[in-house]
Design a protein around this ligand. Sequence first.
Ligand SMILES: O=P(O)(O)OC[C@H]1O[C@H](O)[C@H](O)[C@@H](O)[C@@H]1O
Length: 617
Amino acid sequence: MASATLSTSIPTRGDSFSNLIPNGLLNSKLINFSFLKRLAPRGVAATVRSTWRTAEHGGGLATEEDEEMGRIRRLQNGSDVRGVAIEGEKGRAVDLTAAAVEAIAESFAEWVIEGLETGRRVSVSVGRDPRLSGGALSVAVFAGVSRAGCLVFDMGLATTPACFMSTVLPPFSYDASIMLTASHLPYTRNGMKFFTKRGGLSSPEVEEICDRAAVKYANRVVKVSTLLRTPPSKVDFMAAYSQHLRDIIKQRINHSLHYDTPLKGFQIIVNAGNGSGGFFTWDVLDKLGADTFGSLHLNPDGMFPNHIPNPEDKTAMSLTRAAVLEHGADLGVVFDTDVDRSGVVDHEGNPINGDKLIALMSAIVLREHPSTTIVTDARTSVALTKFITNRGGQHCLYRVGYRNVIDKGIQLDADGIETHLMMETSGHGALKENYFLDDGAYMVVKIIIEMVRMKLEGSDEGIGSLIKDLEDPLESVELRLNVISEPSFAKEKAVEAIETFRNFVQEGKLEGWELDSCGDCWVHEGCLVDLNDHPKPIDAQMYRVKVYDKENGEIGWVHLRQSIHNPNLALNMQSSLPGGCLQITRDFRDKFLVASGCDRFLDVDQVDKFVKTGLAR
Ligand SMILES: O=P(O)(O)OC[C@H]1O[C@H](O)[C@H](O)[C@@H](O)[C@@H]1O
């Protein structure tokens, strides 16, 4: 091993350096030693270095400090922190403890202070969703942030977009914000999202913060503070944020007869799934004159007793659909727990989420900004690309993960390629006009304004009519393949499988499969395969492949990637040929999984089941 690598790298936790380590791992994704040295008290850095040396010599056990540091590092999930916060999951212990949260919050606050280099005390706001663990973990955040020397502002029950908005809306304008949420994950989980005035943090930034927290945590004898240096000040930011949303609706509709109640005469059903989104009903819609009778699950309940708050959830959508039809409402709205995502139901009861929601938002945005570029993740249908380009827009397909999609849009826009909308199929949607922030409430605001505008222009067709010409893909399937490995190696094994897949495709071992360098994106070759003009560290490995057949030409695509949250691979595919997905899956299994030997460390049950029965999951 080259000495240059020796002096700059240390292993990540759990690298017990057995011969289980996948090829090349020892040199990859290792944190920077000089960074660690700056932070780590001598003992810790020395332990880390000596463990690394053990590795260099081919063996040795991870120390207790390594274990502790690894536990904190593994809480990073892309651009968020996520973990189990309360007991209740079979086989999964609590790892998002108050001590871990405190160390991470303190590290974030230090990172903000260093970045701002201001003489005054830095201010940080804190919000949370209704999860049962939220109260206790808030206290841990207050302790960590105040321990770093910041002023803390407690927003209480809040939404993720509101946390960001608290950094830009005067008079609040806090320097940074932390939201405690695990979005649509079960009640046992919780997590953290981080914001500065520049927006949400990227995966490498969160990784840096977790590395810092890991060292801090491992070096602490007493892990949890009992004393708050500065008690938090309570603020009712949600009231100000709601007024901000109301003002936007009033100003943009500019109703000639009733300016302050522009939603008079409209019935809108909100399904908040017992998450944080209830405010949108009583503090935004009701006050603007809408009739919200029939709305569902508005009261916050950290057990989420009705269904998972998630616009991708079938129950959430079908209950909302039923309520819209029962009440003859104009619109149904479904929020996820922390309201950074949403979906809608039109007045005919048609659910609009996934590709359909992207199409709806594209139709609205393209009217305002003809020819704008729209960035989505690369699991969208060929029909969506057609929908966007037929209206004069450009469609850039990029990597899964809302932060990736948003960051790509920001980068394109900065490079002079006008980009107004960035959306993931999961329902994260960000608009340039709204700080490039993924904001489920703001998306609904845009849709409501469009709905009223259409009505005022004399159309009774409703917002569903805007996407009438969007075709559904003939076949669309998602399968998951669990990685069978010790948890600390799961990520690396996933990368190994995905890179092997890429090699197989490139070497022509799967006939008719061709690595898709940029989907149907015209912007730059290679954007999808991470060869950006501004390369960024990769948070999850993924490739999209176009599939051709001799008789029919291009028949579909395959997208293989590491899951962001779990030790598994996600295999998505679409086909325009009946039975195409079955054939694709058969080839994937026989010519890749079995031929490469990856089936030895991947659980191929779902693949086998689909091949046998045609049923996914
Ligand atoms: O990797 P998965 O488990 O499929 O999750 C992927 C999804 O995770 C979260 O929900 C993120 O907010 C999304 O941006 C991402 O697409």
